[in-house]
Every structure is written in structure tokens, then in C-alpha cells.
Design a protein around this ligand. Structure first.
Ligand code: PEP
Ligand code: MN
Length: 369
């Protein structure tokens, strides 16, 4: 029976989370039976991880990368569950994956970012999963498109699948050099605002892309009241066959989880508090974008400075400066931005550019030995 996204069941209705955030952990990829059992044993002994993730069919960006161990991994995951009691979750990309995984006994599935973008594949998967009513974890699409993410969730719901969880794994951008996938927190926050019943967990591994960023991202996920984490861990991350830089060493995993501070949940906040928090996140995001743009602007100013130095052109060009200010004031007025603010900001930016270029010219004029 078709369900509406607004009526999705909270994960605590079908998974024993014990009232704690839902934690999914495991290697990016299953690599051997030994590795799968080693990870399962450790995670099960910690008691906080509810599902063990391990990719066996890996959609890789470039060909000739490790594409997963394939169907043989299903047996290893089932063995891990039987021996250590921790159920596994795998990524499925097409209906034959679903069929094989269901036949092997798996009951939890995630949809990767490269699949969420494709409505035909999502429809195929929803169809294949319908009879099982299995929980489906839907990662956001690669691109920052909230409607596409919601669309995928709706397609599963339309097939009666009501155990849905959204997974925020960041968005692909051409320019972000800090994160592997830019977090754009405003997007999952908007999703949560529209569908408060829908659990959203955060995948710091694919957002961060490097180990040092995992802790701050995971902490931010809790600070913002998200419902859990999906995180990669591997017995020897540097030797991992996929995503070696972003996996936590298995031996450190308990300490990692233990060091996160779990704040009171989103829904316990007063409306004002959560609204304020939401707006502050947006401000942070916008300021970071301003800073990234400023960095790019200064790089280009530097190139212009070098060009001027090479060709003996004067640093300060009155005509060009007037043109810049007139253009920014006009653009600002179309956008109803205070003209005084624009004047102050662009005066400062222009002064900084002149200083930078003067330095470059001075440096180029200094006789070199
Ligand atoms: C993964 O979880 O290993 C994976 C491939 O993730 P994503 O779809 O987020 O890139
Ligand atoms: Mn991965």
C-alpha cells in the first residue's frame, strides 16, 4: 500500500535503537571473510553499532578501481550476523542485487548517491524491494537537489516501503577543497523541517574524505540534532581497497564514538531554539562560501598583478576601479542591498588587491642574484 513521506515510521519502531542515535559502521568494502568477521566481532562487542555496513558491489567513479567482491560477500555478511548477532546492510544498485541479497538472507539495504540521481533505477529497486518491506536507507543524490532526494524517497514510499531513512553524505562540487563532498547542511535541515518523522543520519566519511574531518562532522551531526551516523571503519585503513583516507582504524572506533557528545535531540528543542540553530547554520554556510570566493578572487588578483609586473603596467587603474564600483553598486541596487555597505566592502577589497599587486611588482623589481 502506498505510503506518504509524512507517515514514514521512525527507525526506533523497527530497529532496537535503545533510544540512542542510530549508528551504522563498517568498512567501505567487504574485502575478505576474515576482514568482515573481524569488523563484526569488534562492532558487536562495543554494543552501540546497530547495523554493519559493507559494500560488495561498488559503483566507482573511475574504471579499473576495485569494484567490490560481488555476491560471495553476501555469505560473509550472513556469517557475521550469525556469529556475532549484528545484521548487515549493503548497497544495491539494481534488481538482481536485491534478489541475490534477499535470497542470501539480508534485510537492510542502502541506495548510493550515484543511484539516487536516477529515477529509473530507483523505481526498479523500489519494485524489487516491495514484497520484502525491508528498511531502505536512501543517500542524497550527488548534486545538491533536495527534490531529487525527496523524489527517490517518495518512489520507495509509493511501493509501500515505510521503513525509510535518509542518509546525508554531502554533495559533489567542483570547487570545495576542504570536504570531499560539501555538507550543505541547509539541505538535510530543510528535509527534516518538511518531514520531521523521517530519520536522517549523517555519513561523515563521504562528506569529509579524510580522517581528520570525521570527528568535527560527526559532532556537528549530533549538534544539529540528526538521528545517527553511517561511518566507515577498517582494520587497517591505509591498506583498504576503497576509500583508504576516510576510514577510522577499527582499533580506535570505540574511542571515536565515545568522544562524541550527544546533545538533546532536535525534537526536544523549543521551536525558537531549533529555528535559531537552523538560521545560524545557514549563516555559517554563507560565510564559508564568501571566504571561498574571496580566496579565488585574491588568486586572480595575483595573476593580474604578475601580468602587470611583466608588462610594466601601472597597478592602480582609475577607469577600471570606477567601472568595478559602478557595476557592484548597480548589481547591489537590483538586489536591494544597502549601497553604503557595498561601498565599504568593495573599497576594502580593492585596497587589499592594490596592496597585493604592489607587493608583486616590488618583488619583481628587486634585483635577483
Ligand atoms: C559508500 O557508502 O561506500 C558509497 C559508495 O557511498 P556514496 O554512495 O555516498 O558515494
Ligand atoms: Mn566508501
Amino acid at each position: 500500500m502506498k505510503v506518504q513521506l509524512g507517515d514514514i515510521q521512525n527507525a526506533s519502531n523497527w530497529l532496537d535503537t535503545g533510544g540512542s542515535p542510530l549508528i551504522i559502521a563498517g568498512p567501505c568494502s567487504a574485502e575478505s571473510e576474515f576482514q568482515v568477521l573481524e569488523v563484526a566481532e569488534k562492532l558487536a562487542s562495543g554494543g552501540r553499532v546497530k547495523l554493519m555496513r559493507a559494500g560488495i558491489w561498488k559503483p566507482r567513479t573511475r574504471p579499473n578501481s576495485f569494484e567490490g567482491v560481488g555476491s560471495q560477500g553476501l555469505k560473509w555478511l550472513m556469517k557475521a550476523e550469525q556469529e556475532f548477532g549484528i545484521p548487515a546492510i549493503v548497497e544495491v544498485v539494481n534488481k538482481s542485487h536485491v534478489q541475490e541479497a534477499l535470497d542470501a538472507g539480508l534485510r537492510h539495504f542502502w541506495i548510493g548517491a550515484r543511484t539516487t540521481v536516477n529515477p529509473f533505477l530507483v523505481e526498479e529497486l523500489a519494485n524489487a524491494l516491495e514484497a520484502s518491506n525491508a528498511p531502505v536507507f536512501v543517500k542524497n543524490p550527488m548534486n545538491p537537489d533536495l527534490d531529487l532526494w525527496i523524489g527517490a524517497l517518495e518512489r520507495f514510499a509509493a511501493h509501500g516501503l515505510d521503513k525509510l531513512v535518509a542518509v546525508h553524505r554531502g554533495f559533489n562540487t567542483y570547487q570545495d577543497h576542504v570536504y570531499r563532498n560539501s555538507p550543505n547542511w541547509e539541505i538535510p535541515i530543510e528535509l527534516k523541517t518538511r518531514y520531521p518523522n523521517l530519520d536522517i543520519i549523517v555519513d561523515p566519511s563521504h562528506i569529509g574524505g579524510q580522517r581528520e574531518l570525521l570527528h568535527p562532522i560527526a559532532q556537528k551531526a549530533f549538534d544539529l540534532g540528526f538521528d545517527g551516523l553511517m561511518i566507515e571503519t577498517h582494520p587497517s585503513p591505509d591498506k583498504a581497497l576503497s576509500d583508504p583516507k576516510q576510514q577510522i582504524e577499527l582499533a580506535n572506533f570505540d574511542d571515536f564514538l565515545g568522544s562524541l557528545e550527544i546533545k538533546s535531540q532536535h525534537f526536544e528543542d523549543s521551536v525558537t531554539q531549533s529555528q535559531l540553530r537552523r538560521l545560524r547554520v545557514l549563516i555559517d554556510e554563507i560565510d564559508h562560501n564568501l571566504l571561498e570566493n574571496l580566496k579565488h578572487r585574491l588568486k586572480i588578483v595575483e595573476q593580474i598583478g604578475e601580468y602587470k609586473a611583466d608588462h610594466g603596467v601601472m597597478v592602480f587603474q582609475l577607469e577600471r576601479w570606477k567601472e568595478i564600483m559602478d557595476d557592484r553598486l548597480e548589481y547591489g541596487s537590483l538586489n536591494e542591498i544597502d549601497q553604503k555597505l557595498i561601498k565599504t566592502v568593495w573599497n576594502d577589497i580593492h585596497n587589499a588587491s592594490i596592496r597585493l599587486q604592489t607587493e608583486i611588482v616590488k618583488h619583481n623589481l628587486t634585483p635577483k642574484d
